[in-house]
Ligand binder design. Structure first.
Ligand code: PFF
Length: 443
């Protein structure tokens, strides 16, 4: 068997992991979840969950990958024996589920980008809805999905260093720069403060107890960090022993949260300035693709330039995430069956395309798959990781962090959180989310 690849540099890993984290979840998911009415309560819960609950789980997912030098499918078995093989399968099925509809969202993004670049922006909401209807149905959506998968596959088949690391190293900095430029531009709009206030700062205490806000905050935290489904296991399996994982985890979480907030500072002023609150509170998964082009459409050339930049940025963000979703099944097939990278890429990409067809053809189906795979399953994966490293193989956690010289008090803090805080809090989030999900389906 070939030697396992390794990242070229520390930043290569951090940027690849941050590239996975930063994606449509930050740009599209954050906008539509924050707009569902939680306001500042949603934002605070989301940040609190990231800092208190997700960080220790992120470190533990990294420990599992590095400690076993194995893909997500194999790592739990290597760490604790064959009775944990189901957890490995969970970590392969979940990214396949997410990857299937993620490519559909990427297709919409690509279409909107191309349309903004070559044609015109919609003149009003009705036109935007018609446009969204045309890109989210029929053969054009399948084409967008296919192109996005092929692009993703081409990066992943070039390998860890030559593909994933290289793509992330230029993609993430470009993305950050574009975001800052656009956020500065959005700060000059007339509805800016109203936008920040309505969606990000307005605090309504009762929202802290609203099950939908709680579900949204948990989902956003796990989805946005790409946490709980084996991605960080796969990426960390290419790490050497020297890196201090708590530091890397903090860097990834900080970049991801900053991007989420920056994205909100772009989308919400636009929504407010152009009186699109009704469109966005209609909150479907298509929100961003309708409200943003409509708002920008009223600004003439400037609006068009902003739209082109925004959707280009969203597409770059999406690719650095979709490569991580594909890398999980690819590395698992390579590990388990000793397949070549190209064979594993071919099989996994074909599977993703087929699994994504129902989501491509039905918005309703896409929404459901998103709430199961991109929601409760992810939270469940996070819960299992906390139990696994906190209780089943706690020595692995200790030894790994000690061997890379992580600070003792940081280690103690993380271990305590992983054992005593993350499991009950995530269990609570999971139960609330499942109940809320069923209620939303039955209403
Ligand atoms: N974190 C990425 C985003 O926010 O768009 C996408 C993603 C990748 C979500 C992997 C979930 C996941 F497991």
């Amino acid at each position: 068997m070939e030697m396992r690849e390794q990242w070229r540099s520390r930043w290569g890993f951090v940027l690849a992991a941050a590239g996975s984290a930063v994606g449509l979840g930050n740009l599209w998911g954050f906008a539509y979840r924050a707009s569902e009415g939680g306001g500042a309560a949603f934002l605070l819960l989301y940040i609190l969950i990231v800092l208190v609950v997700c960080l220790p789980v992120l470190v533990s997912e990294m420990v599992l990958g590095r400690g076993t030098s194995s893909s997500a499918l194999v790592a739990p078995v290597k760490a604790a024996g064959s009775k944990w093989s189901w957890m490995g399968w969970l970590f392969v099925i979940a990214p396949l589920g997410i990857g299937s509809y993620y490519a559909v969202l990427m297709g919409w993004t690509l279409d909107t980008f191309l349309h903004s670049l070559f044609f015109a922006l919609p003149a009003n909401t009705a036109e935007a809805e018609t446009f969204f209807g045309s890109i989210s149905t029929g053969s054009s959506v399948l084409l967008g999905q296919l192109i996005s998968l092929l692009l993703t596959a081409s990066v992943v088949s070039a390998g860890v260093r030559g593909g994933i690391e290289r793509m992330s190293k230029w993609g993430v900095p470009i993305l950050f720069t574009l975001l800052i430029v656009l956020a500065l531009w959005a700060a000059t709009l007339t509805g800016t403060w109203e936008g920040y206030r309505t969606f990000l700062f307005k605090i309504d205490i009762s929202e802290f107890f609203n099950p939908s806000t709680i579900r949204n905050a948990f989902t956003q935290a796990f989805f946005s960090l790409s946490l709980g489904i084996g991605i960080m296991i796969a990426y960390s399996s290419y790490l050497d022993r020297k890196k201090q994982l708590p530091k890397e985890a903090l860097a990834v979480a900080s970049i991801d949260t900053a991007v989420g907030l920056l994205a909100g500072m772009i989308t919400f002023p636009i929504v407010m300035s152009f009186g699109l609150k009704e469109v966005i509170t209609g909150s479907t998964v298509g929100t961003l693709f309708i409200s943003l082009p409509t708002g920008l459409g009223t600004l003439g050339l400037t609006g068009r330039i902003v739209a082109v930049l925004f959707f280009a940025l969203a597409y770059i963000a999406a690719i650095t995430s979709s490569i991580s979703l594909l890398e999980v099944p690819v590395s698992s097939l390579m590990d388990k069956f000793a397949w070549s990278r190209s064979k594993a890429v071919f099989v996994s990409t074909s599977l993703l395309f087929i699994l994504g067809i129902p989501s491509a053809l039905s918005l309703d189906f896409l929404g459901k798959v998103d709430s199961i795979f991109g929601g409760v399953l992810l939270i469940f994966g996070g819960f299992m990781l906390a139990i696994f490293l906190g209780w089943v193989v706690p020595r692995k956690f200790d030894e790994d962090l000690a061997s890379s010289n992580s600070n003792l008090s940081v280690r103690r803090y993380l271990k305590f959180m992983l054992r005593w805080v993350s499991p009950p809090v995530i269990a609570f989030g999971l139960i609330v989310s499942v109940i809320d999900l069923f209620q939303s389906w039955s209403s």
